[in-house]
Design a protein around this ligand. Structure first.
Ligand SMILES: [Zn+2]
Ligand SMILES: [Zn+2]
Length: 348
């Protein structure tokens, strides 16, 4: 089969590799669509070298959809018969540790122990930029017949957005702020609205912020005035109820905390790569609740029907499609935001 094979940081090509074989609890899927994730771009750059991937050669890709073509014995008994249309996700816990048994498999104590059954596809386990991919049935979810494959490739990232707003919680009528106007920021705004936020403010810049406005969100341009001051002004001086930071910069994490009201909740879903100084006096004196978010858990089955009926209109974020053979061009389009690129779909 054809696959995108990384051989070193920045070095990749489309190569012929053997089709993997599914074990008893696994399925072999024909991949139909993969969405480029910011993490893919960083894995290709070598930002997480030694961790994601652990070694080269490596096939990245974790936001994908496709159909089952072969199932292991146990997988088939669970209903994953050939022809089943599915969307994939990256984390699969060992299933036995305390974190897994309490439902927090994204924090599995046996992270990285493939010998104990742990997987993180497209991060350290082989991923989906290929004609075929093998996944455990813990990391694939059936999708409705009516859901196109390119939209289904967004289920993973939308499920992370849903987990990101469920961590701090949305109360009906809340004022929500998405800090960051990329794909994840816009998806957190869509999820917050779907869960009952009355007002949804997106903080960002450029063409992406214009898209946020088109989607019906209030917008704040961080290039202009201090975004904390603007959000306070928009909320009668009080601050928002909930903020989710998806930008992960030293400024965005500080701003997200600065934007919430007394007793407010803030979640962080962007992975910060630099230290930040946060106003911990505010956190203490105003009882601010802070939540780390590591990818997703248990939200694929929640997000799929909400995407399917349009309450989370993730399809509106797709800007480009490329065949796998033109991956280099697809990646450049994504990285350089060519023509307002947001979610770029790759089709094997
Ligand atoms: Zn991703
Ligand atoms: Zn575990």
């Amino acid at each position: 089969m054809a696959a995108l094979v990384l051989t070193a940081p920045h070095e990749f090509g489309i190569e012929r590799v053997p089709i993997p074989k599914p074990a008893s609890n696994e399925v072999l899927c024909r991949v139909r669509a993969i969405a480029i994730c910011g993490t893919d771009a960083e894995i290709i750059e070598g930002t997480f070298k030694g961790r994601w991937p652990r070694a080269y050669p490596f096939i990245p890709g974790h936001e994908w959809s496709g159909e089952v073509v072969a199932a292991g014995e146990v997988a088939e008994r669970y209903g994953f018969v050939p022809g089943t249309r599915v969307a994939g996700t990256s984390h699969s816990g060992c299933g036995y540790c305390r974190m897994c048994r309490t439902g927090r498999y994204n924090l599995c104590f046996n992270y990285g122990r493939e010998d104990l059954g742990h997987r993180q596809y497209g991060h350290y386990t082989q991923g989906a930029y290929a004609d075929h991919v093998v996944h455990t049935i813990k990391a694939v979810f059936p999708i409705p017949d009516a859901m196109p494959f390119d939209v289904a490739a967004l289920c993973d990232t939308a499920s992370i957005a849903l987990h990101s707003v469920r961590r701090p919680g949305i109360e009906p009528g809340d004022v929500f702020v998405a800090v960051g106007s990329g794909g994840m920021g816009l998806l957190t705004a869509m999820c917050a609205r779907a869960l009952g936020a009355a007002r949804t403010i997106v903080v960002g810049g450029g063409q992406r912020l214009a898209r946020a406005k088109d989607l019906g969100f209030e917008t704040v341009d961080y290039h202009g005035a201090d975004p904390i001051a603007v959000v306070r002004e928009l909320t009668g001086g009080r601050g928002a109820d909930v903020a989710v930071d998806s930008a992960g910069t030293k400024d965005s994490v500080r701003q997200a905390i600065g934007m919430v009201r007394k007793g407010g909740r803030v979640a962080f879903t962007g992975i910060p790569k630099e230290p930040s100084s946060v106003d911990f006096q505010k956190v203490v004196l105003e009882e601010i609740d802070l939540y780390g978010v590591r990818a997703n858990r248990n939200t694929m089955e929640q997000v799929i029907p909400l995407m399917n009926d349009g309450r989370i209109p993730a399809a509106k974020l797709i800007t480009h499609h490329f065949p796998l053979a033109r991956f280099a061009e697809a990646l450049r389009t994504f990285n350089e935001r060519v023509d307002g690129a947001l979610k770029v779909i790759v089709e094997p």
